[in-house]
Design a protein around this ligand. Sequence first.
Ligand code: APR
Ligand code: PHB
Length: 396
Amino acid sequence: MTKKTQVGIIGAGPAGLLLAHMLHQQGIESIILEAQTRDAIEGTIKAGVLEHPTVQLLKQLGVGERMSRDGFEHRGIELAFGGKRHRIDLHELTDGKSIMVYPQHEVIKDLVAAVLANGTTIEFGVKDVSLHDVYSAQPSIRYTKDGEARQLQCDFIGGCDGFHGPSRQAIPAAIRQEHLKTYPCGWFGILCEAPPSSEELIYAQSDRGFVLISTRTPTVQRLYFQCDPNDKVENWSDDRIWAEFHARTEGSDGWRVKEGPIFQKGIIAMRSFVCETMQHGRLFLAGDAAHIVPPTGAKGLNLAAGDVVLLSRAITEFYRNNSTDRLDSYSSTAVKRVWRGEHFSWFMTTMLHDFEGEDTITRRFRRAQLDYVVSSRAAATSLAENYVGLPFPGLE
Ligand code: APR
Ligand code: PHB
């Protein structure tokens, strides 16, 4: 069976769903092909921080209602080190901006509902997706669904299939400009039933390693501690996990992490990756398909949103004015914002994590940087404006 559409989108993550929604609002039709089921994409727990421009975008697109009602606005974060906690007042340092704690899978639910309501097709559970003729005016995507071979012909392909998807691989390796850094640590993440330990997120550096105290709801908390990337979840009993959180975070002020039943455990790899070649012919990469950040800066979803803003505008201009200017400059424009987010994520990661085998001078540099960030308004402002998110190009 062969179908036709204007934009064939691979992947119903934040990037693919946002792209379909923004294109529809400009009268452009798309079809999304997704490997997983709807339940799986709506139920997988991922990150939870939306930066200011992403919050504004979701509101402008008419998909911010539940987020505004059920999300939690945070106006500051805390940095903990040397036995003390220090507040970075994001709101005051950025002329009134803030972040929203609202789980990514809730964003996915809102976007899936909006995209389906506007008549866009999402084909869930597709297999064997492959890209063809991306360097021609009529690219196509072949796939199987329920055992049947199918084809989608389109004008453009949105490669929104995450780090492991086939889109990036459809660009010949010889022309892909790629950069990769693997950090010698992972994050051990848990979800637990407990009240929040803190009103704001705490990023804690200690000699035993990093800890992040985050939250999901008033009764569900998301906490992480730095671990060996090759460690196994089975090695960590609940008691051992809580002992590690306490050992890494307790200081002179009597503050303690609040314990509760743990109902999910997992280990996350820490990588910085950028494929600067975000376009090849009529294939355009967006989101994790083109770049990955370590989670310390909370930038993953927000960088994906920035790509999609540019890409939807470029495709719209093509259909409206028959102009390829924005399409031609997509890669070079998008990658600038990506590098800013990549650098910030690396900066937060190296400032807050101790790595085994480091020399003592590197540890002293880290402490000097932390002391600077919490004592200089200029340094704190720089962290704050990156954390709440720099404007999407051309918006605001
Ligand atoms: N065929 C179809 N769909 C695929 C394929 C494939 N071969 N491979 C991957 N996908 C789907 C995945 O199942 C997933 O739903 O593509 C989607 C990609 O979504 P994400 O990985 O969430 O990537 P993206 O939309 O770029 O969002 C970036 O979301 O997952 C986080 O860490 C990520 O925060 C970042 C943000
Ligand atoms: C999360 O809540 O999952 C989270 C928050 C902040 C980060 C990373 C992850 O920097």
